[in-house]
Design a protein around this ligand. Structure first.
Ligand code: NAD
Length: 256
């Protein structure tokens, strides 16, 4: 079999669920060798089982990792690099969402969201950068439509994602001449752990006139994570070679 991503070495965080898992399976399907990292061990095992069932288990390794833990990120990245001999792409899909009225939002929740989503993206990128620069590779970060459009009850999450957009743009310019690309994806309304949990996490007095604005025009409700994984595969491949320093919105037209 000859795939678009044969020989590419990719590290995917958030690999135990939703979009990250879909990315792992799609990248494997197109020929890549993948390390899937996530804090959730049981979910990682399920991802490995799905990869094995698809006949690609021999090209997937997994690492239990909390991306907000600086020392753990350094150690895991070093282990991945030793195993793979280099890295062509980093896909930063790990993320968390907690909702609530901003005037009631706890500092602990604010800090955890920033630590995982924004600082986690920084830590994994920093650790992988030397190898990515060697390979003239790509960083695919996960922002959200909430970064550029108002999503009620998600101020902390939106702030973390706005930071990821800004981080990605700076990265793209800083390293463009060394051949590195950096892209921020802005998904919306994708069926995943985050969106399923949010349904039960909204404030009891949620204003549906506000929250109901976040509905896609295409399809019937939430989309399969595969609609995002296909874009990630394109960005990791040569087909994405002229794309950097930009966001790509994947929301079924919610914010068209
Ligand atoms: N689903 C959507 O509609 C949507 C919209 C916008 C952005 N996103 C972003 O897409 C990315 C993937 O999320 P998803 O929708 O697949 O949700 P998900 O909950 O299914 O997956 C997120 C994964 O991140 C992992 N994770 C959480 N904290 C971690 C940590 N500290 N270290 C390592 N892994 C950790 C979780 O265990 C989980 O496996 C996230 O960054 C999310 O913010 C999703």
């Amino acid at each position: 079999m000859s795939g678009r991503l044969d020989g590419r070495r990719v590290l995917v965080t958030g690999a135990a669920s939703g979009i990250g898992r879909a990315c792992v399976l799609r990248l494997l399907d197109e020929g890549a060798t993948v390390c899937g990292a996530d804090v959730a061990e049981a979910g990682l095992k399920e991802t490995a089982e799905l990869a094995a069932a698809a006949g690609a288990g021999d090209r997937l390794s997994t690492e239990q990792l909390d991306v907000s833990d600086e020392a753990a990120v350094a150690a895991t990245t070093a282990a991945v690099l030793t195993r793979s001999g280099g890295l062509d792409a980093l896909v930063n899909a790990a993320g968390i969402l907690r909702t609530g009225h901003t005037h009631e939002f706890g500092l602990d929740s604010w800090e955890r969201i920033i630590a995982v989503n924004l600082t986690g993206t920084f830590l994994t990128t920093r650790a992988a950068l030397p190898a990515l620069l060697d390979a003239r590779g790509v960083v695919v970060n996960f922002s959200s439509t909430s970064a550029a459009f108002g999503h009620p009850y998600m101020a902390a999450y939106a702030a973390s994602k706005g930071g990821i957009d800004a981080f990605t743009h700076a990265l793209a310019v800083e390293y463009a001449k060394q051949g590195l690309r950096a892209v921020a994806l802005q998904p919306g309304s994708i069926d995943s752990g985050i969106t399923r949990a949010t349904a039960g996490d909204l404030p009891a007095d949620v204003d549906w006139a506000l929250f109901g604005r976040l509905m896609p025009l295409l399809g019937r409700g939430m989309a399969d994570p595969g609609v995002v994984a296909s874009v990630v595969a394109m960005l990791v491949s040569d087909d994405g070679r002229f794309i950097t320093g930009t966001g790509i919105r994947i929301d079924g037209g919610t914010h068209a």
